[in-house]
Write a protein that binds this ligand. Structure first.
Ligand SMILES: CCCCCCCCCCCCCCCC(=O)SCCNC(=O)CCNC(=O)[C@H](O)C(C)(C)COP(=O)(O)OP(=O)(O)OC[C@H]1O[C@@H](n2cnc3c(N)ncnc32)[C@H](O)[C@@H]1OP(=O)(O)O
Length: 240
């Protein structure tokens, strides 16, 4: 169940959302597929569509097969993070604004924005994201904008930190770009939690080509498991 244990010094509040929360948030059914807990069924964008390349489909099939062994789970992807949270746990969270969308899902048309699906390996504290950057993410002609790479890295490490430690905010993200990512290509964004020190979660992430032959980028991140008191009061979590 989704429970809040508040501890905190003078300024900070640590929201200890039990790990079971995330597992609870997406009850797994069938072959590694998640079904959303919230009433109604928001569109799950992390499923194959006509824009996915052969590489993306093959990689997806490979990871989906691994979910059958139970170590990997597919993370559904809705266009609003609140859709990932079980109904009763939404209490105290900012109410959903009808015109907000998760940045990565802000381009509705298939194949031109962020085409991606994430898989979680809880025991390895790892989230791997299969990412196919679309044509609207262009930076240098023909290549993905560095900000789009930073976005998919931030979201992958953010999801990893959420599943390992609960609600987080990214405190620091450092990226080395080694090789540009061609638009329409498929890359593996492989993130893991390296250590947790109190409220700080340290993560690392590599962006590699499907054949592992090209390291496009590598990053380190520091996330923070906490909600600033102000935000806590604003959303009236009630336990502040
Ligand atoms: C429920 C299931 C859902 C699952 C399915 C989800 C699917 C869909 C998910 C999509 C996932 C999206 C993930 C997006 C992730 C974002 O984009 S978050 C947005 C970007 N980040 C922000 O806006 C954060 C802005 N910054 C802040 O709010 C505050 O600075 C922070 C980061 C919360 C830290 O504030 P604070 O807690 O007050 O920390 P502070 O007291 O200043 O420092 C505490 C410690 O942290 C260290 N620290 C603080 N800041 C830094 C820093 N920048 N660098 C290094 N050290 C730092 C300090 O040195 C200090 O260390 P110690 O002295 O304790 O050793």
């Amino acid at each position: 169940a989704w429970g809040w244990g508040l501890q905190g010094g003078s300024r900070l509040w640590v929201l200890e959302a039990p790990r079971s929360l995330c597992a609870h948030a997406c009850a797994q059914t069938g072959a590694g597929m998640f079904t959303p807990v919230s009433p109604g069924r928001p569109k799950d964008y992390a499923l194959p569509n006509a824009s996915w390349s052969r590489d993306m489909l093959d990689l997806y099939d490979r990871f989906l097969a691994m979910t059958k062994e139970g170590l990997w789970k597919r993370i559904p992807s809705y266009n609003n993070v609140l859709d990932h949270i079980p109904g009763k746990a939404l209490r105290g969270l900012p109410s959903r604004k009808k015109d907000t969308r998760l940045f990565l899902r802000s381009i509705e048309a298939e194949g031109v924005g962020f085409e991606y699906v994430m898989f979680l390996n809880s025991s390895e504290k790892r989230v791997v994201c299969l990412f196919q950057p679309g044509s609207y993410l262009e930076g240098h002609p023909g290549f993905a904008h560095g900000g789009s790479i930073a976005t998919i890295i931030d979201s992958t490490i953010g999801s990893c930190a959420i599943f390992v430690a609960g609600r987080v905010m990214t405190a620091n993200l450092s990226i080395n770009y080694m090789s540009p990512v061609p638009l329409g290509s498929v890359v593996l964004v492989d993130s893991k939690v390296d250590k947790v020190e109190g409220r700080k979660v340290f993560l690392s992430c590599k962006v590699q080509s499907v054949d592992g032959g090209t390291l496009h980028a590598e990053a380190t991140g520091k996330d923070r498991v906490q909600v600033a008191q102000g935000v806590c009061k604003r959303v009236g979590v009630g336990l502040c």
